[in-house]
Write a protein that binds this ligand. Structure first.
Ligand code: CDP
Ligand code: CDP
Length: 222
């Protein structure tokens, strides 16, 4: 039997991670935070001091990332890096190295390995277009730049990090541009994706919409 996958792709701070985790919990599915893998690679690259343009070395780091996930906690070897990988500096480095095709290829097997029974919810940029092209349901989750910048600002404040709203907004636009314009696996909706604009939708409403779409699809297929 084919193991069902729901993919949620979209730009930064559109709510993908939050919504995907709640949905996975509701369906008792596994959860893949693919952005975390790019962030873990970025953290390792920054720490190792290698040249951030040395694609071969970065791909080699990505292909043997010593990481593991425990519920909502993320580890690199034995060190918990759940918060350490969430900074905007790591996000920007992740977006730079994510543009290298060899790095993307090096992370494919790790990502597809998350597809286990009874199912998977995967969030990122290319989950529906590249990694799980046969997913049962593909969502492209967006929100306006202003709403996303505001959400990220509040999220950082809750973690005790006070950022400058203008530079945060600029970084967010720049990261979206880089992710959208790159040649390999750009941030675009899959042709068969349902686009949801969450600018005026709460987290619960968004989860409910996707849940209902999935139930409808599953009923149509059975
Ligand atoms: O994973 P992604 O970068 O797309 O976004 P996220 O980290 O899930 O969400 C960014 C922030 O927006 C979090 O603090 C969420 O709680 C918040 N959020 C919201 O307020 N309303 C939504 N509809 C979705 C997310
Ligand atoms: O949480 P947020 O949406 O800000 O970022 P993320 O999902 O943690 O991803 C960090 C960066 O990794 C993104 O800006 C992308 O450049 C890259 N990424 C990617 O290229 N493909 C994915 N499937 C996931 C992330």
């Amino acid at each position: 039997m084919n193991i069902p996958v729901i993919t949620i792709d979209g730009p930064t701070a559109s709510g993908k991670g939050t919504v995907a985790q709640i949905l996975a919990g509701k369906l008792h599915f596994h959860y893949l935070d693919s952005g975390a893998l790019y962030r873990l690679t970025a953290l390792s690259v920054m720490r190792s001091g290698i040249n951030p343009d040395d694609t071969g070395q970065i791909a080699s780091i990505a292909s043997s990332l010593p990481c593991h996930f425990e519920k909502q906690r993320i580890f690199l070897e034995k060190e918990e890096v759940t918060d350490a990988i969430r900074t905007e500096a790591i996000g920007n480095m992740a977006s730079k190295i994510a543009a290298f095709p060899v790095v993307r290829r090096a992370l494919i097997n790790l990502q597809t390995g998350f597809r286990k029974a009874p199912g998977l919810v995967a969030d990122g940029r290319d989950m529906g277009t590249v990694v799980f092209p046969d997913a049962e349901l593909k969502i492209f989750l967006t929100a306006s730049v202003d709403v996303r910048a505001e959400r990220r600002y509040k999220q950082l404040l809750e973690k005790g990090i006070s950022d400058n709203m203008d530079s945060l907004r600029r970084d967010l636009i720049e990261r979206d541009r880089r992710d959208t314009e790159r040649k390999e696996a750009p941030l675009v909706p899959a042709v068969d994706a349902v686009t949801l604009d969450s600018s005026v939708m709460s987290i619960d409403e968004t989860v409910e919409r996707i849940f209902r779409l999935f139930v409808q699809k599953s009923n149509n297929c059975s």
